[in-house]
Design a protein around this ligand. Structure first.
Ligand code: PEP
Ligand code: MN
Length: 463
């Protein structure tokens, strides 16, 4: 296994390349404009927390990160599909065995539907084990005349609406690290220890039998079962089916946290952000001259960037130049989140210009963030039909341009929550009163997630 415990104070090159540059470049972001950062209350707690984080073991290994980059390169070339899913915001309280296993199981189910339906390898990735910091459109929140700092994710402050809880407490970064470590430990146990064995494909299904997606999944699982039994009878070695690769990802928002977990790989001498395999830069922090772009340009991990409806082709090209100067397939993923009403009009220009430039990025659809609305009874929600429509638009655009629609990025959970409206067993806004659990954006529930997987599998197999 790769040794990445070496101190970070070695010479590091820019953009993860090998060339002698000052190690100080990893801290270059500190001089640049930065948005969406906390205002930590106590400087001594802040220094102690950052110091502690920088001495803790890495959460992921450089070798695993390299494997992921290879997998994403295959997806960029049309030979695999990325499935990335999880909570909008993970919480410390929600990091229980039941919740984590339900989410992993749902991602595995979605992946099986996609793999079987599209005959393509599926790269499985959680918005998990680190998705604890949130950008917000407003610094404050007012309830019944009381104004307090907005909730910015459990890594920064608490959701509870009290002055104590909403203060920015840097020791939460350390708690986020430990919660990520225990989450990742469970994910590794599930995916390496037999739970993800393809022969348990029925076992992952949850009990919501009334829902149409349930029986559809059961019949697909039955077909897989028969195929597996057939191969078994032929003497196939099933060792490989027992384990699956599962990668961790989150938005790299709090650069103090990301910097403290960045280590130099002694094998290659290159810096890896060991807080996750894959990191993405959000729509609100992707300004070309921003601290976020600078910092992530210097780590070797594969990087994603969210692109909203106002992204110009020149913005996209500038991002490629900064983040993927060597045009290395697998390095850069563009996660488009245009909105169902925009995607067919706005995506083609971007894809055309990027393709013309010779860059080979991976195109992924986030059909959630461009389709957020407020329900008449006041909940932040998304219509399942809009979400599905954006995915359809994403496929239409890529199919018409001859480019590869290489992945899906969704906010989802394995539980039977009511947060997005509609679906085959429709969620209505009254259900929000009982089953709306998200502390941030609304997620697809277990069955809506499966329905989405069937839609995408159908679209992929028709290509
Ligand atoms: C998110 O993924 O939760 C998010 C905030 O997305 P975006 O940056 O696309 O708005
Ligand atoms: Mn979100």
């Amino acid at each position: 296994m790769t040794d990445i415990f070496a101190p970070t104070e070695t010479t590091v090159p820019p953009a993860g390349q090998s060339s002698p540059q000052a190690s100080a470049m990893l801290d270059n972001w500190r001089q640049l404009p930065i948005s969406q950062q906390p205002t930590w209350q106590d400087p001594s707690v802040y220094s102690a927390s950052v110091k502690e984080l920088s001495t803790l073991p890495p959460l992921v290994f450089a070798g695993e990160v390299d494997v992921l980059r290879d997998r994403l390169a295959a997806a960029a070339q049309g030979k695999a599909f990325l499935l990335q899913g999880g909570d909008c915001a993970e919480t410390f309280e929600g990091a229980t065995a039941d919740r984590i296993s339900a989410r992993v199981r749902t991602i595995l189910q979605m992946a099986v539907v996609l793999t079987y339906g599209a005959s393509l390898p599926v790269i499985k990735m959680g918005r998990m084990a680190g998705q604890f910091a949130k950008p917000r459109s407003s610094n404050d929140e007012t309830r019944e005349g009381v104004t307090l700092p907005a909730y910015r994710g459990d890594m920064v402050n608490g959701y509870e609406f009290t002055p104590e809880s909403r203060g920015h407490d840097a020791s939460r970064m350390v708690k986020a690290y430990h919660t990520s470590a225990s989450t990742l430990n469970l994910i590794r146990a599930f995916t390496q220890g037999g739970f993800a064995d393809l022969r348990l494909v029925h076992h992952w299904n949850k009990g919501f039998t009334a829902n149409p997606a349930h029986s559809r999944y059961e019949s697909l699982a039955g077909e897989i079962d028969r195929a597996v039994r057939f191969m078994d009878a032929c003497g196939t070695d099933f060792e490989a089916l027992k384990r699956v690769e599962f990668f961790a990802s989150h938005e790299a928002l709090l650069l103090d946290y990301e910097r403290a977990l960045t280590r130099t790989d002694s094998r290659t001498g290159l810096p890896y952000d060991t807080s996750a395999h894959f990191l993405w830069i959000g729509e609100r922090t992707r300004d070309i001259d921003s601290a976020h772009i600078d910092f992530l340009s210097r780590v070797r991990n594969p990087i994603g960037v969210k692109l909203g409806p106002n992204t110009s082709p020149d913005d996209a090209l500038a991002l490629i130049d900064k983040l993927d100067p060597n045009r290395e397939p697998g390095r850069l993923t563009f996660i488009t989140r245009m909105g169902a009403g925009n995607i067919r009009e706005k995506l083609p220009r971007l894809v055309e210009k990027v393709t013309d430039s010779g860059a080979q990025v991976l195109w992924v659809s986030d059909p959630m963030h461009g389709n957020t609305v407020t329900s008449p009874n006041g909940y932040k929600t998304r219509n399942f039909d809009d979400v599905m429509d954006e995915v359809r638009g994403f496929f239409e655009v890529h199919n018409s341009l001859g480019t590869f629609p290489g992945g899906l990025h969704v906010e989802m959970t394995g539980d039977d929550v009511a947060e997005c409206l509609g679906g085959a067993d429709p969620v209505d806004q009254e259900a929000f009163l009982e089953r709306y659990e998200s502390v941030c954006d609304p997620r697809l529930n277990h069955m809506q997630s499966l329905e989405m997987a069937f839609l995408v599998a159908g679209a992929l197999s028709k290509r």
